[in-house]
Design a protein around this ligand. Structure first.
Ligand SMILES: [Zn+2]
Length: 231
């Protein structure tokens, strides 16, 4: 039974176990999302490089965070999990390394980056989990709900944008304006076209109802889409 009065240690262990089941590793971010100290939409914005540190989105005092970090590490070590320090870069053109905390203390940042993997994985499985978790995240292009925006580089607008730290950037300035939009819906065509396209970006739109970004399709090289569509 899940109850609101469970101890922090119990809630952390549960969140970490859910993460292990979902993607074969557990991270501090998984735990913070799981115990609802961190909001998914905040996490997404941080991944897009739109906010400086993840800590800005944590509704919790530093001493409570330190306590949670300790509990999580104790849990991982008690299970004999093996640490792997993962790479976190923003989903942007420049792929800057993401920062978790305000002061960027290296040992704390390292704890955030650490993914704990079950000892039961074979070498091959372990390799696969690490390759997947370390893969550079996909570029994300946003279909804005409001068309009333201006590129921070050239001042133009458009139907899609990339979010950069100074503000929205048009596809031309981002060097993506030669790509074609392939709406979601045909999984086979999408898979084939993506495999043929050297460059790609995920197109998302914010859903007011669900309060999160949802995938709308991909931007791909037009030739790749044409070739994938041929019988
Ligand atoms: Zn521009």
């Amino acid at each position: 039974m899940r109850g609101p009065h469970d101890s922090l240690a119990v809630r952390i262990a549960r969140a970490a176990e859910d993460a292990l089941e979902a993607h074969a590793y557990a991270s501090l971010v998984d735990v913070l999302l799981g115990i609802r100290w961190l909001d998914t939409s905040w996490w997404e914005r941080w991944q897009q490089g739109r906010i400086d540190t993840l800590q800005e989105g944590l509704q919790v005092r530093p001493d409570r965070l330190a306590q949670a970090m300790q509990l999580f590490r104790d849990w991982a070590e008690s299970k004999g999990l093996q640490p792997h320090e993962a790479v976190y870069v923003a989903r942007g053109l420049e792929r800057p390394a993401l920062r978790f905390t305000y002061d960027g203390e290296p040992s704390v940042e390292a704890q955030f980056r650490t993914h704990w993997l079950p000892p039961s994985l074979s070498d091959k499985q372990r390799e696969r989990v690490i390759a997947k978790s370390d893969a550079a995240p996909e570029l994300v292009v946003i279909m804005p709900l409001n068309r009333d925006w201006k590129c921070h580089r050239c001042g133009n607008g458009g139907g899609m944008l990339m979010m950069e730290k100074p503000g929205p950037c048009c596809l031309r300035c981002a060097g993506l304006d030669d790509l074609e939009f392939l709406p979601r819906g045909n999984a086979q065509l999408t898979r084939r076209a993506k495999a043929k396209s050297l460059r790609s970006a995920v197109v998302v739109r914010f859903s007011r109802a669900r309060k999160r970004y949802e995938r709308q399709g991909l931007l791909l090289e037009p030739l790749a889409i044409a070739e994938a569509g041929r019988p």
